[in-house]
Design a binder for this molecule. Structure first.
Ligand code: ASP
Length: 569
């Protein structure tokens, strides 16, 4: 049996759902479970509805209308007209129940986690029902099954804990008897032993699919999303990033915790213990290979598998002579944070025990500062410990790879590449498993740092050179011509890929983020903004590119006077 999970963008509208149907139809399999998310954006709209209603804001009705319109439109575009009325009437009756619940929240001006779960479940309930009816209308041997009857949890609303024993029994009993080739089930939703609606946390449809896959010992779990797998780095920041063909469960877990939002991190656990492979595929480019997540022994090659990043991090540092050799300080430090529900994403402590430093989300910084200072009030008053130092606006970047442990010099390479590019490192952490080397840097340096590291570890050492050129007289224009002519030569023979980002003569200057097209530099420069040396320098800093090179093709003493500023940076 195969489990296929389709995320919100994959089922966002009728056109996308038709692609989903194509994928399922073309699968040569006898037994398929299709797990679907809510139509893209609907979960957010449902949450907005409860918020508005419980704040007695009448505009909750607008959100409800939007939810209704999206579903009705999707049905009308998917289902042949003669079959529409039964489906429309069922969906309308569900929408009426939803309206009654929202009205309840409005009247009592209150929302409970239990009510929120009830309301938010409508997203997946409606999408899975519509999709199953669409499959049936196209002649597929499909059926709908409510996953609340399969997945059982405790009653921690918002992020319930699965009871694997009863869930496994339910799933085994149902799927061993079903005669349908395809079963469509709603992701994300479940029910408690008492029968109350629960949900598995935002992004939890992936987890539903993994829970079912594990319960029925599926042969494969496929996660269909809007990107072609897990990437070597965030492709929005690193243009050269590529989908990773194969990765281990542990590596995938590290990468999914850090930034790569391709997979909901808890998804891996249930399938890992059963050794069920996860295949990540792109609904909008099904021909692309995607990423296969499997046991480590299948994974060959590279020591660094990917580079991840988490932005908006705050460092809290607790420091002082009163910490040395005194047990219990870190216990108290972590206890305060955990009691406030603040998650710690990185920890470092020097062996001198003089300071301890943790990374948390920027959102938690203010509350954490006051709680920690309150907890150590006595030590601070007696100057044994300094008030906690809070640094916000930071980010974590991390190299991830199972095979890093058997390679020397990786962290040396990492830190020297960052250092050469003027990326200041505020803290470092490396897990004893050596699967992750993390560095805390400034948020503003993330783009440069990721590109630097990607170049260092994934691009066979073709170095991108970012040139900022001043002067286009005799020497300067020859220089540009040479760069243009030799670009190919430099790339293949010296593994250098130069591009001119900024260009100026004494009258005008131009800048181009991806490199100035050198064939037309003269026309472009003529139309550029007024030349200004200070602004030119500020732009070089603003672009904050790796391997930035300032080229002076003028014979001007004034320009030469600026060298020291460039060199300092
Ligand atoms: N619809 C839910 C959400 O947006 C669950 C999911 O799509 O995975 O979080």
């Amino acid at each position: 049996m195969k489990i296929l999970k389709f995320g919100g963008t994959s089922v966002a509208n009728a056109q996308h759902i038709k692609q989903v149907q194509n994928i399922v139809k073309n699968l040569d399999e006898n037994n398929i479970v299709v797990v679907v998310s809510a139509l893209g954006g609907i979960t957010d709209l449902l949450l907005k509805t409860v918020d508005l209603a419980s704040n007695q804001d009448e505009s909750y009705k607008d959100s409800l209308r939007e939810i209704e319109d999206r579903h009705i439109k999707t049905i009308k575009e998917l289902i042949p007209i003669q079959l529409q009325s039964a489906i429309l009437s069922k969906v309308k009756s569900e929408l009426n129940t939803l309206e009654t619940l929202a009205e309840g929240a409005f009247l009592i001006a209150e929302k409970t986690p239990q009510l929120t779960d009830k309301i938010v479940s409508f997203g997946e309930l409606l999408s899975s029902f519509i999709i199953s009816e669409f499959f049936i209308s196209t002649g597929m041997n499909a059926a709908f099954k409510d996953s609340r009857e399969l997945i059982k949890t405790d009653d921690t609303y918002g992020k319930a804990v699965v009871n694997f024993e009863s869930t496994n029994t339910n799933c085994k009993a149902y799927f061993s008897n079903t005669k349908n080739k395809i079963t469509v089930i709603p992701g994300f939703i479940s029910s408690s032993a008492k029968g109350n609606h629960t949900t598995l946390g935002r992004g939890g449809s992936d987890y539903s699919a993994a829970v079912v896959a594990s319960a029925i010992d599926a042969e494969e779990l496929q996660i269909w999303t809007d990107v072609s797998g897990m990437y070597t780095a965030n492709p929005r920041i690193v243009k050269q990033a590529k989908a990773i063909p194969q990765i281990s469960y542990e590596e995938a877990m590290e990468l999914s915790h850090f930034g790569a939002k391709v997979l909901y991190p808890p998804t891996i656990q249930p399938v890992l213990s059963k050794n069920i492979p996860i295949l990540i595929k792109n609904t909008f480019a099904p021909e692309e290979a995607g990423t296969l997540i499997a046991k480590n022994e299948n994974v060959l090659g590279k020591s660094v598998r990917g580079i991840s990043n988490v932005e908006h991090i705050t460092l809290l540092s607790l420091e002082g002579p009163g910490m040395i050799g005194i047990p219990g300080i870190s216990k108290r430090f972590f206890e305060v944070l955990s009691q406030a529900g603040i998650s710690v994403v990185l920890i470092t402590q020097a062996s001198s025990e003089h300071s301890i430093c943790v990374g948390i989300s920027d959102n938690d910084a203010i509350i954490a500062e006051s709680l920690v200072n309150a907890a150590f009030e006595y030590e601070i008053a007696t100057q044994k410990i300094k008030p906690v130092l809070v640094e916000t606006g930071l980010a974590i970047i991390a190299l991830v790879g199972d095979n890093m442990k058997s390679h020397q010099g990786l962290s040396g390479k990492m830190f020297s590449a960052l250092g050469k590019n003027n990326v200041n490192i505020r803290a470092i952490a490396q897990g004893a498993s050596e699967r992750n080397i993390s560095a805390v840097i400034k948020n503003d340096d993330v783009k440069k740092a990721l590109n630097t590291l990607h170049e260092e570890f994934f691009e066979e050492n073709i170095k991108q050179l970012n040139l900022f050129v001043m002067g286009v007289g005799n020497v300067g224009s020859r220089f540009i011509k040479q760069i243009q002519k030799q670009k190919k030569y430099l790339k293949t023979n010296l593994k250098l890929n130069p591009r001119v980002i900024g260009l100026s003569n004494s009258r005008t200057m131009i800048f181009e983020e991806g490199g100035i097209p050198l064939e037309h530099w003269e026309e472009l420069l003529a139309k550029g903004e007024k030349a200004d040396r200070t602004k030119f320098y500020e732009n070089v800093l603003k672009y904050n590119y790796r391997n930035s090179i300032f080229v002076d093709n003028t014979a001007s003493e004034i320009v030469a006077n600026d060298y020291s500023d460039y060199l300092k940076r």
